[in-house]
Design a protein around this ligand. Structure first.
Ligand code: OSB
Ligand code: MG
Length: 372
C-alpha cells in the first residue's frame, strides 16, 4: 500500500451537551481529521488530541506540527506492506502518540478499503455487535445527575460511568446507589487525587463499583500499585497507559486490574492490539475508552472493540450523545439492548458527509509528493 497524499483538517464541532471532567469543561470539540490517499482510495483517521494539554501533553497544535514536519515526510510517498508497520516506521519520533495514531488509523482504513474488507476483519476481530456504556460528566447537581443516569439507562446502556473529583465523589455515588440500586456503576477521577487520599477513596469500597478509573497522577504507576493494595475496588488505568511498555509495567506492578484502551494514547491500532493481547495473556480485562469522538473515530473504536478481551462495556456510545448532526450519515446508534452493530462496509464502513466536514473545517493542509 503506497500513501501518496495526506490531508489534514482542523475542525470545530459543537457538542450537544457540555462535558465536564476534573480538569475542566468543554462546549465545542476542536479536533484534527487526517485523510490518507493512495492507489485510488482514501482512508480517514481522527485525532483525539484536544485544544488544551490537560488530558495529555499533546494538543491540536502539537499534532499539526508533528504530522506536517515529522510524520508526513516519513509516510507520504512510502509503501507499507501492512498498516501495523506504520507505528514502527515512526519510532525515531519520541512520543506524540495521538499524532501518530491519527495517521496510522487512516492507513488502516485505507488498507481495509483497498482490500474490500471491514476494518474489524483487518484487525482480527470477530464480533458483529459490541456492548456499550456511557460516561457522564460532572453535573451541576445530584438531581441533574439522576436525570442523566435515568435517561441513559432507559436508552439501554449497559454500564454507567460518572466523573468524580474531590468534593464530587462519595455523595454522588451514594446517591446513585440509593436511587438506582445495583446498576453496573463505575467512577473516573481523571487523576484528581493523590495517595494521601487513600483512606477517603477506600470509602468507595462500600458501594460495589465495577472499578475506579485513574484515581492518581496521569503518569504514575507506583502509587497506583500502593493504592490498589489498599482498595477492594479494582483500579482501571487510563492516562497512565501511554504505551505497550507502560501496560506491561502496570500489570507487573499490580497497579491495576483492568485497562482502558484508547488507540490515540498508545500510538494507534497496532499498539492497541499489542496492549489487548498483553492484557489477555495476563487475564486483565480491557474495555475501549472514548474521547468524545465524531463518527469517524467512533467507527474505528467500534471495530477495535471486536477483539475478544474487550470483555467489559466501553465508552463507545451513540453519535447523538455528542454531535447532531455527526460528520457521518447515518449516525452510530445504540439498540435497546445497549449494543452497537459493527459496520459491515469496507474500511470504517461509515459514510462521511463531505459537506459537513467542509463546514466544520477551520484549517486545511495537503501534503503530497509534489509539495515535499
Ligand atoms: O477520561 O475517559 C476519559 C473524555 C475526554 C477525555 C478523557 C475521557 C473522556 C471520557 C468521555 O470519559 C468518554 C466518551 O464518552 O467519549
Ligand atoms: Mg478516563
Amino acid at each position: 500500500m503506497k500513501i501518496e497524499r495526506l490531508e489534514l483538517r482542523l475542525l470545530r464541532l459543537p457538542l450537544v451537551h457540555f462535558f465536564e471532567t476534573s480538569f475542566g469543561r468543554i462546549d465545542d470539540k476542536h479536533f484534527i481529521v487526517i485523510r490518507a490517499d493512495g492507489e485510488g482510495a482514501s482512508g480517514y483517521g481522527e485525532c483525539v488530541a484536544e485544544q488544551d494539554p490537560y488530558y495529555s501533553a499533546e494538543t491540536n497544535e502539537t499534532v499539526w506540527h508533528i504530522v506536517e514536519d515529522f510524520i508526513a515526510p516519513r509516510v507520504v510517498g512510502a509503501t507499507f506492506a501492512h498498516p501495523r508497520d506504520v507505528f514502527p516506521a515512526l519510532a525515531a519520533i519520541r512520543g506524540h502518540h495521538m499524532a501518530k495514531a491519527a495517521v496510522e488509523m487512516a492507513a488502516w482504513d485505507l488498507f481495509a478499503r483497498l482490500g474490500g474488507m471491514p476494518l474489524c476483519r483487518a484487525i482480527g476481530g470477530a464480533r458483529g455487535r459490541i456492548v456499550s456504556g456511557v460516561s457522564i460528566g460532572i453535573q451541576p447537581s445530584l438531581d441533574a445527575l439522576a436525570a442523566k443516569v435515568e435517561h441513559e439507562l432507559a436508552a439501554g446502556y449497559r454500564r454507567i460511568k460518572i466523573k468524580i473529583k474531590p468534593g464530587w465523589d462519595l455523595a454522588p455515588v451514594e446517591f446513585l446507589r440509593a436511587r438506582f440500586g445495583a446498576i453496573p456503576l463505575m467512577v473516573d477521577a481523571n487523576a484528581a487525587y493523590t495517595l494521601a487520599d487513600a483512606v477517603h477513596l477506600a470509602a468507595l469500597d462500600a458501594f460495589g463499583l465495577m472499578m475506579i478509573e485513574q484515581p492518581l497522577d496521569y503518569d504514575d504507576i507506583a502509587d497506583h500499585a500502593a493504592l490498589q493494595r489498599m482498595l477492594k475496588t479494582p483500579i482501571c488505568l487510563d492516562e497512565s497507559i501511554k504505551s505497550v511498555h507502560a501496560a506491561r509495567d502496570a500489570i507487573t506492578a499490580g497497579a491495576c486490574r483492568i485497562i482502558n484502551i484508547k488507540p490515540g494514547r498508545v500510538g494507534g491500532l497496532g499498539p492497541s492490539i499489542a496492549v489487548h493481547d498483553l492484557c489477555a495473556a495476563h487475564q486483565v480485562p480491557v474495555w475501549h475508552g472514548g474521547m468524545l469522538e465524531s463518527g469517524i473515530g467512533r467507527a474505528a473504536n467500534i471495530h477495535l472493540s471486536t477483539l475478544p478481551n474487550f470483555s467489559l462495556p466501553g465508552d463507545v456510545a451513540a453519535s447523538k450523545r455528542y454531535f447532531d448532526p455527526d460528520l457521518i450519515d447515518p449516525p452510530i446508534e445504540v439498540a435497546a439492548d445497549g449494543t452497537i452493530a459493527v459496520p459491515t462496509g469496507s474500511g470504517l464502513g461509515v459514510s462521511i458527509r463531505a459537506d459537513r466536514l467542509e463546514r466544520a473545517t477551520l484549517r486545511r493542509l495537503v501534503i503530497d509528493t509534489s509539495t515535499r
